[in-house]
Design a protein around this ligand. Structure first.
Ligand code: MV4
Length: 447
């Protein structure tokens, strides 16, 4: 087991990793930008080093500085958290050449799955359903038109280097497709330095369901069931839950087994997520793999009883998974609400500032993952999430009741938060009945 690791992140996920390490007897080195200097969670690490100025491009994202902190801190491994360098294959390679373990997949698996056309090809070869569309890249306008007429309009143009909704364009007819294709290629080149695009049939009002996977370095791949993340706005998830409501049991287990096949085929190791969209008829289609621990991982932790951060660290040291598929018995229902420093009445505008007073909810089945506290100042430079409220109850109905009660208990004075918006969502009949797709929030509250 490691003696000491670097937590190459900030905020709640840095705290989450520090806590797991403390329980495992692993020392932690934390890093902070000038905007995060003095943050209380840094005191829970054994050491903390400044990694640069407030701007993440000059601190949390700056590979040479992060590696310097790792060297000075004398760590054996780096946990990247999510965001920042977590899915940067180049950083991953540099860790390896510096003989520092990257707690995540290999650079090869990361590169392969980071290319969406390659990931689609891999999925097809593993008998995992993909959205009907192009076999590979779409090169010419004539190819695009021929293909679109085959699969039927509307179609979606996606960047092969994209993901998370970046660089997508809907085309409802031939005319739009012709102009959108070149635009999409130019945009992809400018954004990702890769102009490659591909086509998919546009699935209307899909649900977003993702499967959590863990895989060790000995060929063991286990899924930890699914999360429904359909309650989102502009590709920002607001609420995640497990199990996915109203998903037929057969579909659910098929999808999870498909995710395992893909991960096996990719030679992917450590924790990862296989994302699917699910249409109104419960057909599921692979869309992408997230090669990192995700924000919403606690939802899976509470329904399975498995600590995903500890599992990631164990896998990275070369240990075998301490459980097999049959040991994973999900129980009850979990919901997570992301508490963001944003004003939902002003287009979810970020509202950084000082929290004058904060009261944290508790009680049976309530977990609050947060680095914030009374007197904490939310910096302007990073994403606006200040905490995640997670509840776990025997049934979904009880989980909703528990979440409403916990949201009532949560008090964050001095800044605007998404707390009250969550109450509106949880009280909406569509949410209560579990009929939520990825367009629900925007259709219902035009935000
Ligand atoms: C789609 C789609 C409809 N049809 N692909 C957006 C994020 C990226 N991971 C894939 N996304 C989508 N791909 C086809 N063929 C709709 C979305 C989509 C979406 C997916 C997951 C979660 C939220 C979403 C919000 C809008 C659109």
């Amino acid at each position: 087991m490691y003696k000491r690791i670097l937590v190459a992140n900030r905020g709640e996920i840095a705290l989450r990793v520090i806590r797991a390490c403390r329980e495992m007897g692993i020392e932690t080195v934390a890093m902070y930008s000038e905007a995060d200097r003095g943050a209380a969670y840094l005191d829970l690490a054994d050491e903390a080093y400044c990694v640069g100025p407030a701007k993440s491009a000059q601190s949390y994202l700056k590979i040479d500085r992060v590696i310097s902190v790792a060297e000075v801190g004398n760590v054996e491994a780096i946990h990247p958290g999510y965001g920042f360098l977590a899915e940067n294959a180049h950083f991953n390679e540099i860790c390896s050449s510096c003989k520092i373990d990257f707690i995540g997949p290999t650079p090869e698996a990361m590169n392969m799955l980071g290319d969406k056309v390659q990931a689609r090809g891999l999925a097809r070869s593993a008998d995992v359903p993909v959205v009907p569309g192009s076999e590979g890249l779409v090169e010419t306008e004539a190819d695009a038109v021929r293909l679109a007429n085959e699969i039927g309009f509307p179609v979606l143009i996606k960047a092969t280097a994209g993901g998370g909704g970046k660089g997508m364009r809907v085309a409802a007819n031939e005319l739009v497709l012709k102009s959108a294709l070149q635009q999409a290629k130019n945009e992809a080149e400018a954004t990702f330095g890769n102009s490659g695009v591909y086509l998919e049939k546009y699935i209307e009002r899909p649900r977003h369901v993702e499967v959590q996977i863990v895989a060790d370095n000995h060929g063991n791949v286990v899924h930890l069931w699914e999360r429904d993340c359909s309650t989102q706005r502009r590709h920002q998830k607001l609420i995640e839950e497990s199990p996915a409501p109203n998903l037929p049991e057969g579909t659910r287990s098929e999808m999870c087994e498909a995710a395992v096949r893909l991960i096996r085929k990719a030679g992917y190791t450590n924790a990862g997520t296989v994302e699917f969209i699910v249409d109104q008829e419960h057909n599921y289609y692979f869309i992408e793999v997230n090669a990192r621990i995700q924000v919403e991982h606690p939802v899976t932790e509470v329904v399975t009883g498995i600590d995903l951060i500890k599992t990631q660290i164990m896998i990275a040291t070369g240990e075998r998974l301490p459980f097999s598929q049959g040991d994973v018995k999900p129980s009850g229902a979990a919901i997570e609400c992301r508490i963001n420093a944003e004003n939902p009445d002003a287009n979810f505008r970020p509202c950084p500032g000082t929290i004058e007073r904060m009261i944290v909810p508790g009680g049976f089945g309530v977990r609050f993952d947060s680095h914030a506290h009374s007197g904490y100042t939310v910096p302007t430079h990073y994403d606006s999430m200040i905490g995640k409220l997670i509840v776990h109850q025997p049934t979904r109905r009880e989980a909703i009741e528990c979440m409403l009660r916990a949201l009532d208990e949560l008090r964050v004075d001095g800044i605007d938060t998404t707390t009250d918006f969550h109450k509106k969502v949880l009280n909406h009949s569509n949410f209560i009945e579990g009929w939520v797709d990825t367009t629900f929030v925007e259709r219902t509250w035009l935000s």
